[in-house]
Every structure is written in C-alpha cells, then in structure tokens.
Design a protein around this ligand. Structure first.
Ligand SMILES: Nc1ncnc2c1ncn2[C@@H]1O[C@H](COP(=O)(O)OP(=O)(O)OP(=O)(O)O)[C@@H](O)[C@H]1O
Length: 313
C-alpha cells in the first residue's frame, strides 16, 4: 500500500464569488517529489498556503502526516517548511549568521544550531561564503541559503514555490541536483513550477490544475503517453509555404519557429503527407522526429479545454 504523507480531499476555497479551489483531490507519497503545475491563477499558491496552514479552506480536508492542517495546525507546522516567496534572508547578515539566528528562533539548542549550521553550509556548498554578507551572494546562493534555513528544523515536507525562477541554466541544474538529493534523504518535496522541463526532470508525480480542479495527474511518462507516440516536426524557411502547409495539415503550429508538429504515424502515412505537400509545391526545409514532451501535454490539455468551452458557450 502507498504511504501518503499529504492527503487532500474535496478542497474548496472561494474569495467572494470567485471560486479558486473547486473540489481538489490528490495524494503525495512520502519521500517523493510532487509537482503542482498550472497556469497563472490556477490555484497553486492557494493550495500551498492551505497546506502550510497560512490560510483555511472553506471545506474539504487536507492532512499532513495524518494531522489536519486546520484543526491541528501546530503539529503540521512542526512537520513542514516553506521556502520561496514567503521566506526571507537578512541581507546584512552573513550566511552563517542567518542560519544561527533562524536556528535560535526555531528554539533549537545552541549545540544543535552549531552542528546543523555547519552541516547545512557544507551540504549547500556555502562553506566558503559562510562569513560573507548575503547581499554579496548570487541569486543561486541566496536560493540555496533560503532552502538551507528551511531545513534547520529537519522537516518531513518541504514546499518549494518556484525554486528556480530567475536562475541561470547552470544554477537551475545545481538546484535540481540539490532537490533530488533532499528527496533521496527522505524529505518529501512539494514543488510548484512554471517550467515544464523542471517537472519533467524532477517530479515523481505531476498534477496539472486548472481553475481549481485537477485536470491531469500522473508521472511525466504517463502524461506524455496520453498524447501518443513520436512526433514529426516540419520546419519551413519559406513563410508562404509554411502558411499553406499549416492549412493543409492538422498539427501543432509554432508561428515563431515556422514549424508544424504532427503525430508520426506509419511510414506510409508520412510518405503520403510529404507527397501531398510536394503536390502543392511545398517543401519543408527540415523533417525531424522527436518524443512528445510535457509541452505537448500542455498544448493538448489547453486545446481540449478550449474545445470544451466553445461547445458549452
Ligand atoms: N486573498 C485573495 N483575495 C482575493 N482573491 C485571491 C486571493 N488570493 C488569491 N486570489 C485569487 O485566486 C486565484 C488563484 O490564485 P493563486 O495565487 O492560487 O494562483 P496560482 O496558480 O498560484 O497563480 P500564479 O502562478 O500566478 O501564482 C487568482 O485569480 C487570484 O487572483
């Protein structure tokens, strides 16, 4: 049987007439990395804030390690930590001083604070910068210190709100390694992200929410499988031919790249398709095969949603 550390059942939250969460359900397995994905305003932050006991749901149940986030919020607080937009580090203090100060605020003994500070500085590769003021730190170093602080009290669940937003590609990769390391050590990671690639790389399970409802849930592979096999990408140098091809073919069109993606299908159907283009005097400049990505899943979900909305309109 699966060991859930977070359980959410029929969670609802409205602000006035605006329904933000509309009966959300999901489970997060202990020690896993769970990614909550959704467009702006989908309800991600609201979900995190309820789970982190910062606000209350109107109805439904959310538990962490068996404790109710509303009725047993004090017990929940001892199991979790929150980083991202909520946490802040003091710019005028050094990295080490920040850790020591937060350790004391967390009521840890001075021996524990000393030991954890040294461990965390080492784990987050901040030992060399320990005695430097945080205002001299790069974005990646600040983010690492922020997470280090949140780990002082050894939480079971850590909420990471868009942990790599604004980081350069190298710092992003480092942060991904770090998150994977935390999960290996048994910490459950609840991640919100706007980067599909991030969810693809990190998450054991991905939940896609829209208008406060779960629209898809599964592993990255399961989500990709939902939309079929390999894709063929046709790219065009000639703008007119690209427009004509977009009208002839049923596919995902990228206007910027002048590219059309379609399901690969059989060799026979691909030959027919290229013949059709040829008969119209259209020649793609390149033809490439690629596996579906989470971007395709998103495109598929949003186009399905648009179709449903136009049927109900
Ligand atoms: N305190 C509040 N009062 C009124 N409306 C709110 C409040 N908090 C959130 N909302 C609204 O609830 C909706 C969902 O917000 P939420 O922040 O959960 O979305 P999100 O998925 O995290 O989006 P983003 O990626 O933009 O942070 C938004 O339309 C937002 O305007």
């Amino acid at each position: 049987m699966k060991d859930s550390i977070i359980s959410v059942q029929n969670l609802k939250k409205s602000y006035g007439k605006h329904t933000v969460l509309d009966g959300l359900n999901f489970e997060v397995e202990r020690g896993s990395i769970f990614a909550l994905l959704g467009e702006n305003g989908a309800g991600k932050t609201t979900t995190v804030r309820i789970l982190a006991t910062l606000i209350q749901a109107d109805s439904g149940i959310a538990t962490i390690a068996g404790y109710d986030t509303h009725r047993e919020s004090e017990s929940v607080k001892q199991k979790i930590s929150l980083t991202g937009q909520y946490a802040s580090v003091d710019e005028l203090l050094t990295g080490e001083e920040n850790l020591v100060m937060m350790g004391r605020l967390n009521h840890l003994s001075s021996n524990t604070v000393k030991k954890r500070t040294a461990e965390l500085l080492d784990q987050f590769e901040l030992t060399n910068a320990a005695k430097k003021r945080v205002k001299t730190y790069s974005g990646g170093m600040r983010r690492r210190l922020d997470i280090a602080i949140s780990l002082l009290a050894s939480p079971q669940v850590i909420f990471l709100d868009e942990p790599t937003t604004g980081l350069d590609p190298r710092s992003r990769r480092n942060m991904w390694n770090l998150i994977q390391q935390l999960a290996k050590n048994g910490v459950t990671i609840f991640l919100t992200t706007q980067y599909l690639e991030e969810a693809d790389q990190l998450a054991d399970k991905i939940a896609v929410i829209d208008s406060g409802k779960m629209v898809e849930e599964g592993t990255a592979e399961e989500l990709k499988r939902m939309i079929g096999d390999e894709k063929v990408e046709l790219t065009f140098d000639n703008a007119k031919e690209f427009q004509q091809a977009s009208e002839l073919l049923q596919g995902q069109v990228s206007e910027v790249e002048q590219r059309i993606s379609i399901p690969a299908g059989s060799p026979e159907s691909l030959r027919k398709l290229l013949n059709t283009l040829h008969e119209h005097g259209i020649e793609p400049s390149s033809v490439n095969f690629r596996k579906p990505t989470l971007d395709d899943v998103f495109m598929d979900i949003t186009s399905r949603k648009r179709k449903e909305q136009s049927v109900h309109a």
